[in-house]
Structure formats: C-alpha cells, structure tokens
Design a protein around this ligand. Sequence first.
Ligand code: LMR
Length: 343
Amino acid sequence: MKKRICLAVLGLLVTVVGFLGISVEGKAQPIVIRFSHVVAENTPKGIGAQMFKELVERRLPGKVVVEVYPRSEKFTDEQAIVGLLLGDVEMVAPSFPKFCRFGKSLQIFDIPFMFEDVAEVHRFQQSKAGLMLLSSMEAVGIKGLRYWDNGMRVLSANRSIQTPQDLKGLSFRIESSHVFHSQYASLGATPRVLPYKLLPDALKTGLVDGYENSWSNILASKLYLLRRNYTETGHSFLGYMVATSVSFWEGLPEDIRRELERTLDEVTLEVNRLAEEKALSDKNSLLHAGLVEVISLNKKEKQEWKDLLGPMSLQFTDDINPEILLAAKQAKYWRGPASLVGD
Ligand code: LMR
C-alpha cells in the first residue's frame, strides 16, 4: 500500500515537473516551436522561417528551439491550421485563402483586383483595420502575428491566356478559397481545390490544365518545367499570415514573447524585401533562360478582366467587415508615412 502511494506521488511529481517544462534531472526544458510551411527553402517564406529559427535560437539559447518543417514535410497548410488548435504545431504561415474557413473578412485578399500592387497591400495591412484583421480569428483560437509577402500571382495554363475567354473549358488548381472558386467558375473554367504539394502531380497528369502562383514558387518548385505560358494579370496578391494559437502565445513567459515579437519584426522586413526582389529576379531568370513565355496585360486588357470579375466579387464583399473593406479601398489613395515593410 505504502509502495503504491509512493509511486502515485512520484507520478504526480513527474507530471507537474513536465508541465512546468523542467526535466527530471532538474534542468529547464526549452520551449519548442514547430514551424510548418509548404514551400521550398529558397523562397521568401522558406528563408524567413529559417532566419527566424537562427535568430531565436541565438537570442534565446537553451530557452527556445525552433523546428522548421518546409515543403509540406509535416502538414499541408489546411492540416497545419487545425494542427495549431490541436497543439501539433506552434507556428504556420499559410496564404490568406487557407484561413477563410475561420474568418470571412480574410477574403479581402482574395477578391480579384482589390489591390493593384504590393504597395497598396502594405498600406492596407498597416492600417488600423489591417492590424485588426490579424486578431480577427482569436475567438476560434488563431492568433495572427505578422503579414509576410510573396508577390503577385500569375496565371498559367497549357495554352496561352490573353483574355478572360481563354480560360473557358480549362481546369485550374486553386487554393481553398470560395472567391477563387467563383472567379474560375464565372469565367467558364473548372476550379479544383488541391493542396500545394499535389500541384506538380496534378499538372503532370493533366488533372488540371493550369494554376496561378508567384514567380518565386514557380521557380523554386520547378513548376516552369510543367507549364510554359504565363500571364501577368495583376488580379491577385499571394501573401501570408504568420500565425500561432492564442493558447500557446498567451502561455509564453512575457520576456520570451517580447523577444519573439522583436525577432518577427526583423524577419518580416527581410522576407518582404526578398519577396520584392525575387518577384522580379526569379521571373527574369526564367525569361532569360528561355524557359517561360510571359504575357503582360496592358491597362485596357486588364480592364476587360476587371469588368468581368467585378460583379462576381460583390457577393463576397457583403461577408467582409465594412471597416476592413473601407480600409482596403482607401489603401488605393492614402499615401501614409514611410512603411514598416520597406515600400
Ligand atoms: C499555394 O498553396 O499555392 C501557396 O499558398 C503556397 C505558398 O505557401 O506560397
């Protein structure tokens, strides 16, 4: 009996000690941040995740360890967001459409032509409403930490695309967005939602004819080997929300959270600088190597796309918090103070 009580007390002690992050030898265990993403290491996000790991581990030695899982090694984005809530991962950085199940206002980033260029996206993100959007999913347990850039999406298919009519009859891989779904359906194409890691096989097997993505992903994931034609429509920006779970973030000691915030600020600047640089340099590398053909739409040609996609977008703007919608529209005109993200 005495022995059983002793064992139970010992068990309880081990549980309590484990909960407090202390090993049985009495040493404090580091906090582990598992950071899952789906793209290659040599993309702005891939480089940013690695830089975050290196800076954090240098600044908080023995206190925090960051494990980076790139290329959907651990989870797809869809799984990772749920994984945040289940405690299977602590940090993620999915593109905006992947969050739309958890907060409809995030659809602001999916509406075609909502933002004309990256400078407009930045002005919106730094507005009060843009910052509010980061905390808009806290009720479901997701905390947005920072916005990271990639670049404008370009359209690609197995035939050259100049006008919206050229999409008719083609199937396109899309991210899990209701807006993207409607966009393709309204142009007579068939949208297919697929995780990023299945995109190369879907193109290889002909499951889809086309896709849209950023130049850095097209280069890093070698998608240019699978499709040659690209069109710069300027309809959509590929960006990310770096996110964690409310419970993980609030459970961190104050000094550690502060250091992670400071590091995130620094990494964000670098990711966004790289995104701007790579959007141009990765495209040019492919062009100069003769691996892709690129059509850039002029103002009049773009207008034709806008006219067709505008009415379709209206059904989604109703779901977006009016304050957020207004701030996004104002980002077109407002030229505020020099931005934090290097505009
Ligand atoms: C996609 O799914 O196409 C992108 O979100 C991938 C990424 O993370 O850039």
